[in-house]
Design a protein around this ligand. Structure first.
Ligand SMILES: *Cc1c(COP(=O)(O)O)cnc(C)c1O
Length: 490
């Protein structure tokens, strides 16, 4: 399988690249990204054949359908990383909430957020390709919370890959920060930036275009790659769990093979939702994909009106910070799939220059045939957390946004799968506030409050964070970042 460009070809870049090329160097002509040239079709017999297989076998066969240029032994090793999830047989358990509402819990990996589902195997594969080619890569990441810990965890002590991870000092939860600053490996550098997430991201962008920085990288034979979801190497692992959760519904005798379901996804950069979309296009029986947002509701507006509009908007901080995003990068892959490369290029360039674009009526009808959307305010989210808890289910504020979409976006009484993206331990102050009214608690106290209220244990790896040695002590002004990273590379 080859990979092609969302914005068409500029006459200089290759017309099509292999999977390994697309993941080593994820940007394509005109600022576009890569998509598979076609999507493999998984018919009913594929689904039926996987009713009795493990998650790993399902994953292996999905990857095989894409016919990617990665050795079978490397894929096996990458998928073996799911063995370290809470239940090695089922890394993403499906839990019944009520009659037609089920939650697929994607947070049972090492950093307790759904980023592990894709980043764990992705890290193994990227490092292996780099080794085979005898090349060295630097992953630069600016994180507001979950990507940083998951990227550090997956690349820790891996050969031929180094990670420099920037986070806004004071802008993450205590647990997220501790997950980063207690990572101890020679190939990892964590930098706290004095400023907010926008400053951190701006600093990273400045670095990417800095001449002195790029010269030094060249001199040291280091190439840049990316671990965010513009990288197709993450997306390929994100369609698998959508198929898995559907099969779980069949296994639990809730549906019969072929019945349609709703997928209900808390969305930011749209990697998770795109995985669901690809699974649907590959043949998974899906009625619609429900796109849940918080008050940063650009995606709701896009799906309701066909207008993507970030003019005079700035990010609103919410209690579901992993979804506090205005430019949602994977929408580009949807535009490409629905309207083609020329139109995608025009729309994306307009978004860059004018901060908005408007789909035609016809285009909007196509979009709405696949997606419905709604957004959930922090207040509403808090009530959903309270109600679910009263019914015996503890969930995080990102997952809560999906419960609103479940209430407002369905027009048929079909079974619905909500994708839960974080364990309660990662956003404990918000949850403790919802459960007891307690305000302003730090993570440590909030974890204890919730453990007591819910009569559960704080997971050992979260508790251990508070006593671990802090090894990554760099906290600097954004002007000093380049020098700091160059020192790390030398
Ligand atoms: C990253 C993240 C999201 C958003 O996922 P996308 O694939 O970027 O849409 C939602 N919730 C949590 C907890 C996350 O970490």
């Amino acid at each position: 399988m080859k990979f092609i460009e969302t914005r068409g070809n500029d006459g200089q870049s290759p017309l099509a690249v292999s999977f390994s090329e697309a993941i080593l160097s994820p940007m394509s002509s005109f600022g576009g990204i890569y998509v598979p040239e076609s999507l493999p079709q998984l018919d009913a017999s594929f689904l039926e054949a996987h009713l009795d297989t493990s998650y790993k076998t399902l994953a292996k066969d999905c990857l095989a359908a894409f016919d990617i240029d990665i050795e079978a032994s490397v894929i096996d090793e990458a998928l073996d990383l799911y063995d370290a999830f809470d239940d090695s047989n089922n890394p993403a358990p499906l839990v019944k909430i009520k009659e037609d509402l089920y939650v697929s819990e994607l947070y049972h990996g090492p950093t307790r957020a759904f980023k592990d589902m894709a980043l764990q195997p992705f890290g193994r594969i990227l490092s292996s390709i780099a080794q085979t080619r005898n090349e060295n890569y630097l992953i630069l990441a600016a994180t507001s919370g979950d990507t940083g810990p998951a990227a550090l965890e997956t690349f820790k002590n891996r050969d031929n890959v180094r990670v420099a991870c920037l986070y806004p000092e004071g802008g993450t939860s205590d647990v997220q920060r501790l997950q980063m600053v207690t990572e101890d490996a020679n190939n990892l550098k964590v930098i706290g930036v004095q400023g907010d997430f926008d400053d951190t991201q701006a600093a990273l962008k400045a670095l990417l275009v800095s001449e002195s920085f790029n010269t030094t990288l060249k001199e040291n034979n280091i190439k840049l790659s990316a671990a965010n979801s513009v990288n197709f190497g993450r997306i390929i692992f994100q369609l698998i769990y959508h198929i898995h959760s559907y099969l779980e519904l069949v296994r639990q005798h809730v549906i019969t093979l072929g019945d349609k379901v709703y997928l209900d996804v808390p969305s930011g950069n749209f990697g998770n939702a795109l995985g669901g979309y690809y699974a649907m296009k590959m043949g998974l029986p899906v009625e619609k994909i429900l796109i849940a947002s918080n008050n940063n509701n650009v995606l709701t507006q896009l799906i309701h009106e066909g207008l993507y509009d970030i003019r005079e908007t700035s990010v609103i901080p919410t209690t579901s910070p992993a979804m506090d995003i205005l430019k949602s990068s994977n929408i580009e892959r949807i535009l490409y799939d629905l309207y083609g490369d020329e139109r995608t290029k025009a729309l994306m360039l307009q978004l860059d220059s004018e901060q908005y674009y408007q789909l035609s009526d016809e285009e909007l009808v196509t979009l709405q045939s696949v997606f419905s959307a709604d957004f959930c305010s922090d207040e509403e989210g808090k009530r959903y957390i309270q109600t679910a808890f009263a019914d015996g289910y503890l969930m995080d504020p990102h997952t809560a946004t999906c419960f609103k979409a479940y209430d407002t976006c369905r027009d048929k009484p079909l079974k619905t799968i909500v994708y839960s993206t974080a364990e309660w331990t990662k956003f404990s102050p918000v949850i403790a506030n919802a459960l007891t009214g307690e305000e302003g608690a730090n993570d440590r106290d909030a974890l204890q409050t919730i453990a007591k209220e819910a009569n559960i244990q704080i997971p050992a790896q979260i508790n251990a964070l508070f006593d671990k040695e802090i090894t990554q002590k760099t906290i600097i002004d954004k002007e000093a970042i380049e020098k700091e990273i160059l020192a790390f590379l030398n």
